[in-house]
Write a protein that binds this ligand. Structure first.
Ligand SMILES: *Cc1c(COP(=O)(O)O)cnc(C)c1O
Length: 451
């Protein structure tokens, strides 16, 4: 039996505590706060904390946010990293997300009080940046843009695609299967390593001989692998001479040539080469939110927009807002990371090494190879720099707060600042120091950073 002065009898009631944490209930939701309360009450009941400490215990157990997604400092040197959300948004795009969260005139003209074209400002921004596109459309993602373009432009006619461009985009999803599952009639031409223009020509003649017609030629940028050696496929310019619409999946979302990625195709160049439409992702090298772009011939884009399935791939107002801000606003982080100069990187990296030198004696600045990542430019090597730490730092940094994701190679943990906002360099230094603290050898303690 609990006696009258037993602390367990003084456990504040749940409704009383919920009232005390009303602000947090407003920010995080009742369930999240209640979970923290119940857990703290259990600790008082078990005698591990005193009733006076219950508020502090609840505060410690509250999540930082109503989402469990955790922010990551990307110190891998991989610019567009699919597992960590591809492109980080610019501050301008983040602001736009907040603004679009309420009621907004996404499909309404307040001046005339009539319905307006959905996302018109975003589409205008796209066409201003790609003047060669007579029309523009934005859907949910790159795969949707490609699928919709094939269905709307080719209909039930054949779509020719090179065997060298039948790609799996990740997580077991394959573009040809995606297209076929929705009813597109794909016809493979050429070989894995080489496809010639005459392969497409023969396929067109062959289709006619069998009473079918070719509705489009598909050109897919092999954005996640390279075929080297005795290899080659016709370019968009050659394909556009076939007299059949060319659907060109550029993938990366570069709207114009990018000087640091000379081999990466872009929407403007492929449209000038004669593509009927170009499709692309919004969250790769374009540096915006997840989205799929269809750019090109006005009539073709309008057909794509009017396809019944387009409604199932409609983009939301948040994405439209973030994409517009990415296109019109300041340079997004992806572009900034690509353009980060060696001088600036050397300065930041040297600074980081100096800031941790007293706690990690072996730390040194080394040359490393960065990657563009899942966004494009397969195999392209981005000369970069990193601070090399003992390998166990990688896990400890990953498990810390903030979560710092570094790369391991050759038995070392490599911290590459290219994709870290310069304003967070000090946070990276603090995270490394926190891991190293209390360990004279400069390797993390066993529980280092696992807060
Ligand atoms: C990434 C990519 C896709 C898929 O785009 P999502 O935006 O991921 O749907 C399709 N084609 C190519 C060439 C790509 O690089």
């Amino acid at each position: 039996m609990a006696t009258s002065d037993d602390p367990r009898r003084r456990i504040p009631r749940t409704d009383e505590l919920l009232a005390r944490f009303a602000d947090e209930v407003g920010a995080l939701g009742r369930d999240a706060v209640k979970r923290a309360i119940v857990s703290a009450q259990a600790d008082v009941r078990a005698g591990t904390i005193s009733p006076d400490g219950i508020d502090a215990a609840i505060a410690l157990r509250l999540p930082e946010s109503a989402t469990t997604l955790r922010a990551i400092l990307n110190a891998t040197g991989v610019v567009v990293h699919t597992n960590i959300g591809r492109a980080p948004l610019s501050d301008a795009a983040v602001e736009a997300l907040g603004r679009a969260a309420g009621y907004v005139d996404v499909e309404f003209d307040p001046v005339t009080a009539t319905r307006a074209k959905r996302g018109r400002a975003t589409l205008d921004a796209l066409q201003e940046q790609v003047p060669d596109a007579g029309g523009a459309l934005v859907v949910n993602n790159g795969a949707a843009a490609l699928l919709l373009a094939c269905l709307a432009i080719a209909g039930d006619r054949d779509v020719l695609v090179s065997r060298g461009e039948l790609i799996e985009i990740g997580d077991g999803f394959r573009l040809p299967e995606l297209l076929q599952s929705a009813g597109a009639r794909l016809v493979e031409v050429g070989m894995t390593n080489r496809t010639h223009l005459r392969d497409y020509e023969n396929a067109i003649v062959d289709a006619e001989r069998h009473g079918r017609r070719v509705g489009a030629v598909l050109k897919i940028h092999t954005s996640n692998y390279r075929v080297e050696g005795f290899a080659g496929v016709p370019g968009v310019r050659d394909l556009s001479a076939l007299g059949v619409p060319v659907i060109a999946d550029v993938g990366s979302g570069l709207l114009a040539p990018e000087r640091v990625l000379p081999d990466e195709p872009d929407a403007t160049s492929w449209l000038r080469d004669g593509a009927t439409v170009v499709t692309a992702s919004g969250d790769k090298l374009l540096g915006g939110p997840q989205a799929g772009l269809v750019l090109g011939d006005a009539d073709a884009v309008e057909r794509v927009r009017r396809h019944p399935m387009a409604r199932a791939m409609r983009i939301d107002k948040l994405t439209l807002a973030a994409l517009e801000a990415t296109l019109r606003g300041p340079e997004p982080p992806v572009t900034r990371a690509l353009h980060e100069t060696r001088d600036s990187l050397r300065q930041r990296t040297t600074h980081l090494a100096a800031a941790i030198a007293d706690v990690v004696p072996g730390a040194e600045v080394v040359d490393v190879i960065g990657r563009v990542g899942g966004g494009g430019a397969p195999g392209f090597e981005l000369p970069s720099l990193a601070v090399a730490l003992p390998e166990p730092f990688a896990e400890a940094l990953r498990l810390g707060r903030p979560c710092v994701l570094a790369r391991t190679a050759l038995g070392r943990c490599l911290v590459d600042l290219r994709c870290v906002p310069a304003s967070s360099d000090a946070d990276v230094a603090a995270a490394i120091r926190a891991v190293a603290v209390g360990n004279e050898s400069g390797t993390p303690a066993d529980d280092g950073g696992r807060a």
